[in-house]
Write a protein that binds this ligand. Structure first.
Ligand code: SAM
Length: 233
């Protein structure tokens, strides 16, 4: 179960309505049953149901443990959301399962989608986090103009995935292990040469994700998987 507001000094908490219903109606949990709650920031709470109310399930917190991640690298994927948002949402769910720390959305010259419902994306990320039993919920960024994002994002190693680049400059060969990375993935129409030049001026290296021209969401997942291979998690 996920509860972003539970705090280490709490002795009780109430599950949100949807999770209360899931625990009591769907899983038929009863008073005295135990469950584990995660706050998405590395906190894990062992709890016991005190009141099996399907609208407001009350829990007693028995034990809290914090799993730190500060020594590990971070993976930040920034993509131009696809025209059909289902494809981007598919990427979000799968990237969370594979392992990603932040997902941002950029508005680029060739972007066909100019609006993103971040709340909905956030819910998909929570479901991916629960499914894959992750302890950390990735940060989901609002849609930001390309230049603004590129000028402000911080990472040890920054990459722009660019199709015409030499396939020898594969992300796997260019990235170093265990760093904080940011990778930019373009829209269906690709990045413009000006955007690639702008990113390079801001410290981004152009990289390939292989010889095939991938759909944007496939490219984003390929980048995510490649960087996970370089991380000791
Ligand atoms: N016609 C576009 C072009 O030539 O750039 C294709 C864009 S592709 C559908 C969408 C994005 O996925 C690209 O902007 C790039 O960021 C990424 N991408 C797809 N295949 C790639 C590859 N083999 N290497 C690097 N990036 C790739």
């Amino acid at each position: 179960f996920f509860h972003p507001e539970v705090q280490p000094d709490h002795t009780t908490c109430t599950l949100p309505a949807e999770d209360s219903k899931h625990a009591v109606k769907v899983l038929r949990m009863q008073t005295g049953d135990v469950l584990q709650l995660r706050d998405g920031k590395g906190g894990v709470y062992d709890c016991q149901i005190k009141e099996a109310n399907p609208k407001k399930c009350v829990l007693a917190i028995d034990r809290y443990e914090y799993f730190d991640r500060t020594s590990e690298g971070r993976i930040h994927i920034a993509m131009a959301p696809t025209k059909n948002m289902d494809r981007t949402e598919f990427f979000v769910e799968k990237a969370v399962e594979i392992g990603v720390d932040a997902i941002s959305f950029m508005l680029t010259h060739h972007s066909e989608r100019k609006v993103v419902k971040t709340d909905r994306v956030q819910r998909i990320a929570v479901s991916g986090m629960k499914q894959s039993r992750k302890l950390h919920l990735p940060n989901i960024g609002e849609l930001t103009p390309f230049e603004e994002f590129v000028s402000n994002v911080e990472a040890d190693e920054k990459f722009i995935a660019y199709v015409p680049e030499n396939p020898d400059h594969h992300l796997f060969k260019v990235a170093s292990p265990n760093k904080n990375y940011c990778v930019l993935i373009g829209p269906e129409g690709g990045f413009t040469e000006e955007e690639v030049a702008f990113a390079k001026q801001h410290g981004f290296k152009a990289v390939s994700l292989g010889k095939s021209r991938l759909r944007a969401e496939t490219a984003a997942l390929a980048a995510c998987h490649t960087l996970n291979l370089l991380q000791i998690r």
